[in-house]
Ligand binder design. Sequence first.
Ligand code: PFF
Length: 472
Amino acid sequence: MTRETWATRLGFILAAVGSAVGLGNIWRFPWQTAENGGSAFLVVYLGIVLLVGVPGLLGEFVIGRRAKKSPVGALRDLSGSKAWGVVGAFSVVTGISLLSFYSVVGGWIIRYLLESGAAVVGGSPAYFTNPGQYFGGVSAGVDAALYHLLFLGLTALIVFAGVRKGIELGTKIMMPAVLVLLAGLAAWAATQPNAAAGYAFFLRFDPSVITENFFAILGPAAGQALFTLSLGAGTMITYSSYLDEDRSLPFDGSAIAVLNTSVGVITGLVVFPLLFSQGVNPTETGTGPGALFVGLAGAFSQLPAGTLIATAFFAVVTLAALSSSISMLEIPVAFLVDEYGVSRKRAVTGMTALVAVTGTVCAFNPSIFGFVAGPLVNVLLTAGLAAFLLFVGWVMGREALEEFAAGAGEFSKSLGTPWLFAVGVVLPLFLVFTLLTHFGVDTTIGFWPTVGVAVVASAAAFLGLRQPNSVV
Ligand code: PFF
């Protein structure tokens, strides 16, 4: 059986953007921004997206397009070593873990969407009356478990239909819809009273917040950057394995990062003015996964045409979430298809059944949910990306450079060598460093020495690799 491929290049870009744009941008980003000092967080996060995210994305792309396999087979075949295959197998665990908590949140969102949509016809949504209590009901027990199954079922249907007819077609419809609706909401939010206070919270740059809190911001900002770009899970390896033509990866990677970041920023331009216009200050109402739902629901309830706006908003979130969840399910599915020759339909059915169980556990148990959504995913993504990038730098070497350059323009090609140093040396060091912060290690003292070591090591690697017969 021939392996599936994307029908068009735009299809690949939109599918990857679809994976990147999701609850990470709309739910996690405003929540993390509010929790970590507003605009200061934004600046550090943007820096990491540019310096770590884009090169990291290209790292996953060169692996996938070179090997044309899911992460397990890709790492094993390109290295000729089974041990690397085992490293790749972590991506299957990561995909399942991600989907287990993500479809629970997806379920909450569908619930809000249905509630809002029904109220457009008549009445007002139940969450208008008591947002906090409503969220409590939505996010607990049997209801949370059932809506999680609904969200998971929709995800499975799309992946079931295949790479072209499911993922590509689905994201081609969903992504433009998300962009148009979101831009409309941002324009409308600008007309709200006191919107300026929201912009100020989000955008006014105060350097002292960064200098004072740099180390506190770094870990969450790095975690958010990886999560939002879907890095470290092997999704981007899997998606790029369906590319059959050599087009410029640096171009595609940059376009994906720019689109994803824009959606994050535009979401901030919707959420913060809305909250402030209704007198809800995110730093005061407390943060946490539910704060956004409760705060926004309260804001919607006071707005003229609030029900309609809420419906549009939750429709955006649902589409964005689905276009990401399909990329999580595709990791274990591609693994079964590639490694065991299982049919796509059976692979989807089996994996969906598994996540139906693991997700239900998350839906019923808030502490397991919190653990999976927070520390577990942070650690898996950070360690996963570090492993992929070390692989690119030290195992693929010249092959990675060739793949980076294939189909790229002259300017992009000239970036190949610095990129390889970055992914082989500097970025893994940075990732290990943030991994320590996830484990609660106080890294305040170690940071600058680490930067020093990174600089010296890159210089040494640069000189070493520059020798005759070297990889570069
Ligand atoms: N990037 C997605 C979001 O921002 O919601 C989440 C995600 C998708 C993370 C796929 C990892 C992944 F492999």
